[in-house]
Structure formats: structure tokens, C-alpha cells
Design a binder for this molecule. Sequence first.
Ligand code: SF4
Ligand code: SF4
Length: 345
Amino acid sequence: MGYKVNFAKVNEIFDALSKEYDIYAPKLFPNEGRYSETDIVRYDRVTKVEDIVFDKKSDYPAKEVLSPITETIFYFTEDEWRESKATSKKIMIFMRPCDVNAMEHQNKIYLQNGFEDFFYKRMYEKVKVVLMECKEGWDTCFCVSMNSNKTDNYSLAVRKEDNDLLVEVKDDAFKPYFEGVEANDFTPEFIEKNEVELEVPEIKNKTILNKLKQHPMWQEYNSRCISCGACTIACSTCTCFTTTDITYNENANVGERRRTSASCQVEGFSLMAGGHEFRTTTADRMRYKVLHKFHDYKVRFKDSHMCVGCGRCTSRCPEFISITATVKKMAKAIEEIENEVNANE
Ligand code: SF4
Ligand code: SF4
């Protein structure tokens, strides 16, 4: 069922929805970009359709709604503790197809990986997806190559046309909000070709994998990557976090435990008790990240690669390190290794 809804009516629907839902969407934050007088687009609560940025890719992913960069998981005193409270409302998120597919990867990590993450689950169970049609993409997107350009996992889908929204309502629970609105035969279209294309190389066996880990291609990143972690914080699919206890000034035995996004690209990420560290160089850390996104996750879940091709890591890297260029270098290294192995057989 589809509708054509003018912005004034959309805002009335938002008002009605807000009794039950917090609505999140990409929003513009003027002068909050990384350079002076630049803007940033990131997810935040919206109360009217005019707040939503339709014509730019958000700099940070929709995952921040479900797994915020920092969140309190419990509060403690000397002798007791209590969990933080989740929002009492349901959550509606405007997302592009790559972000919806990224949420499905997050589900695997948080919910289907041998345990269920309580804090993620209590948010995820409240979510309804509003798909933002994405037919053009942007210069760093390669979602088509990663099979993340399409999804049917949504309750509503929207296309912005001047001061109207075309809306497909898939979830019957939302039909009453559209009573009396002009019908329109709308279903979303999906991008079929990005400017950037990527063929992810297959790593055929452990011999190739082990040789790839030793390959000199990774050394380049010792001088290029500054281990800032900006790529992983902007990544739609990264899920690592660390925990920190924050104690209050008045009483050091009272405080809260927070979990905060962590980055495998930052020094000390793999530091263990006793001082042992698995990955001490930026080359090691880059190799770990790239293989995780383009090999290890797929081996673990026997499904798709973890990367959804949103290109945010490339856009956010201050050193202009492109994820697609890196994977293309890896493909060349694999070819070289395969030729060497074949020649020695
Ligand atoms: S690795 Fe880069 S392109 Fe892939 S999902 Fe993460 S941010 Fe997006
Ligand atoms: S954003 Fe760039 S420089 Fe920073 S850790 Fe990631 S790859 Fe390295």
C-alpha cells in the first residue's frame, strides 16, 4: 500500500507517532564537522520531516541509535547495583539499505554469536525501520559489490519528492496513520551500479591466508595510518567496545559502568594482562581489520562479508586511506602468492 503525503501531513503523522515512538534520522549539525566551518550529518531524534537530511549520506551510521558510542550499562553503590533503564518508547529509524544490512550483521554479532547482548537486544526489539530509498549513492559507496544495495527488511519505505514523501506501508500497524491520505503506487527502487566497484578476492586455503598475513603490502600502513580509529568509529558494522567505571567525585565507591566504542586500529586494543600485545604495529592492525571485514566474518558465519560497502571509513580517514584500494592491493598480493605456491608445486 502506497501514499503521497505532503510535509504538513507528514509532520502531523510524526506528532501522532511520537506518542509511541522516538523517531531517529540523519540530521545536519552545522559547524560541527572535523574542520572549521564544516557540517556533519549524523543520527539524532527528529520531530519534523524538514529535520531529515535526504540528499547526503550520513557521515556516521544508523548503528549509533542501537549501539551508541557511549552508554551507561549499570549504576553502582558500595553494596548494590542496578541496570540502566532503556527508553520506554519504541524506536523508528530512517535508514538506507546499507545501514539495514549492517544492522543484520550487528544482530549476528550481538545476538547469534553464542550469547545474547542484553543491552543491544532491548533496543533492537523496539526498532521499526523506515527505508530511505537510495538510487544514486555517493563517491565512496560500493554497496552493490557487497550485495548490500537492497533489502526488504522494513516497515515503511520513503522517497522524497520536493515537499512530499512517497511512502510504502508494508507493516499493517502503520496503516491507521495514513487514513484519508492520497494513495500512490510507490515501492522503493535500489541502486544497481556504484561509481566504485570491488571484487573481493577469495582466500582459498590456510597456506594462502598465512602467507598473506606476512605479505609486505601491509607495511605501507606503518607510515600512512596514524591509528586514530576514525574509520572504525564511522563503520556501519564495527561492534567492539570497552568498559570503563566512572566514579563520582563525592564518593569514589559510587558510580556507573559505561560501555564505549573501541577501535582495533588504536594502539593497545589487543593489550592483555601481563603486557602481551597481539598487534603492535599499524600494519598488523590494518591487516586485522581488513581480513575481519573481508574474510574472517564470512568464515565464521558462512554467509556474506561483514563490510556493507557504505564507504564511510574511506570518507572519514584523515590520511585518505581507501578501503576499496586496500582490498584491491590485497587481491594483487593474493594473486602473487597463488602464483608462487603454484610454481613451487
Ligand atoms: S569497512 Fe568501511 S565500507 Fe565497509 S562497512 Fe565499515 S565503514 Fe562501511
Ligand atoms: S581512519 Fe585512517 S588513519 Fe585513522 S586508523 Fe583508520 S585507516 Fe588509520
